[in-house]
Design a protein around this ligand. Structure first.
Ligand code: NDP
Ligand code: OXD
Length: 309
């Protein structure tokens, strides 16, 4: 029985080393080296080459090394009848919370504008913005959204969240389902997307949704590029309906050099780094699931095939 790490970036050796260090008894291979494919029972994947998983005839589990699993569902050739697991990790959640909080403050305190003014030697104090005057609306109150909501409440923001099923979080106003969306949007000043990318949520950040936000709202997308209709964001910014956006994720990554977001003064870009699985923090749960698979026990953090997350 063996585990293979399938990814196309430079982190493959780092993951292999972390797994081998934590569990020297487990046979771990990188997909880049020669390995006995029939021995592989678990594939630890991150944006693996589509179609590559069908090479493992005895695969019993596909484990995402991140929180998202959309890239696994998007691989139409991936085995369909085996469990998919994902990462649920306190460090991933706290890193996301830190990143989004930083983005909120950069916006609230006009830090980008002042930096821009500095380059032109412009002295132009803007109206002061205070935490208590802002309502943050979080699309998705799961592992990441719930911690962010709780932390923002502690900082002093008014916080509301939107999810499929009703959530109870202290001082967080909870909205659910399609019928709850208009009320949630109409009272959101800063919208944060932390939804999984599924057939229900693809393109959710579009004209229709932006129109329901108050004029001047700010949008932060740290979930997936597929949630956003890029042209609709550009239109809403041009019309001054939205005051700006911070984007960490894109349809195509890295973002195409010709994309208008790069040079847009109201768009803040980061390179899909809001929160990145830390091998030390995540490897124990991968090993636990590998051992569970070995001993026939149930796996942790299984994704629902019906919901797609
Ligand atoms: P979870 O599955 O824990 O939470 C998802 C939340 O979204 C849940 O509250 C769920 O509702 C809600 N939701 C899903 N579909 C709908 C829908 N159709 N309508 C309303 N609510 C919906 O995911 P995580 O919090 O762990 O992660 C969220 C996403 O963040 C990941 O899928 C990934 O794409 C992205 N991510 C981005 C990173 C980055 O660096 N930019 C890093 C890590 C993750 P309910 O609770 O009722 O099921
Ligand atoms: C994830 C991510 O899903 O890094 O974990 O985007």
């Amino acid at each position: 029985m063996a585990l293979v790490i399938c990814r196309q970036d430079t982190k493959i050796q780092q993951w292999k080393k972390a797994l081998k260090t934590a569990a020297p008894d487990i046979e771990v291979y990188s997909c880049l080296e020669d390995h006995p494919k029939e021995k592989v029972k678990m594939a630890l994947v991150w944006k693996h080459p589509p179609g590559s998983l069908k090479e493992y005839p005895n695969l019993e589990c596909i484990a995402s090394s991140g929180a998202g699993v959309d890239f696994i569902f998007a691989d139409k050739e991936a085995p369909k009848n085996i469990p998919i697991t994902r990462v649920v990790d306190p460090m991933l959640a706290s890193d996301m919370s830190e990143h989004v909080t930083a983005l909120i403050f950069v916006y609230l305190k006009n830090l980008n504008q002042y930096k821009l003014d500095q380059t032109q030697q412009v002295w132009n104090p803007l109206p002061y913005a205070r935490i208590k005057d802002f309502t943050i609306g979080i699309l998705g109150l799961g592992a990441l959204g719930a911690l962010l909501a709780t932390n923002l409440v502690h900082i002093g923001f008014q916080v509301q969240g939107w999810s499929q099923s009703k959530k109870v979080l202290p001082s967080v106003t909870a909205y659910t389902g399609k019928t709850g969306l208009p009320g949630f949007l109409s009272s959101t000043d800063i919208l944060v997307c932390l939804l999984p990318l599924t057939p229900d949520t693809v393109g959710i950040l579009n004209n229709e949704l932006f129109a329901q936000l108050p004029k001047g709202a700010y949008v932060i997308n740290v979930a997936r590029g597929g949630h956003l209709v890029d042209e609709d964001l550009l239109k809403a910014l041009k019309a001054n309906h939205l005051s700006g956006a911070a984007l960490d994720v894109f349809h195509e990554e890295p973002l195409d050099r010709e994309h208008p977001f790069w040079s847009h003064s109201k768009v803040h870009i980061s390179p899909h780094c809001a929160s990145v699985s830390d091998t030390k923090s995540v490897v124990p749960q991968i090993i636990e699931n590998y051992r569970n698979l070995y001993s026939g026990k149930s796996l942790k953090n299984i994704v629902s095939m019906d919901r797609g997350y």
